[in-house]
Design a protein around this ligand. Sequence first.
Ligand code: HEM
Length: 126
Amino acid sequence: AQEVTFYEAVGGEETFRRLVHRFYQGVAEDPLLRPLYPEEDLGPAEERLRLFLIQYWGGPGTYSAERGHPRLRMRHVPFKIGTAERDAWLRHMRDALDELALPERLETMLWNYLEMAARSLVNAPD
Ligand code: HEM
């Protein structure tokens, strides 16, 4: 039997490209989140998040080929992430996810993961 990865089931690279692009459009306009991003150009950050999510969900492993082990908790230490930052991050992700209109079961799997991951990266609790 052919095993279909989650990555393939949601539509492959194109789906993650749309999700993360829409997400960063939200970040670009967000007065709380935008100042956290060190680079003026959000393009490279967009690419890193896209490649990470693609790898996480069973697509090509380009993220680790370029960046090594994800170590997300460690990589977020330089940024002060409180519950307000977490909620803002999730709000833009929710908007981006809604626009994809994925089948409900897949949408729920992706959302549950993003919520869990965002909670785990809070490093400056109230
Ligand atoms: C990088 C903020 C949650 C995955 C970054 C960066 C910032 C940031 C400011 C640096 C941008 C760059 O140069 O790449 C936040 C905030 C979050 C959050 C405020 C709210 C909780 C998440 C979550 C994930 C994630 C939930 C994964 C599901 C990544 C990845 C990178 C990154 C993969 C690039 C790491 C690297 O290779 O250097 N994040 N993030 N972030 N974030 Fe987040």
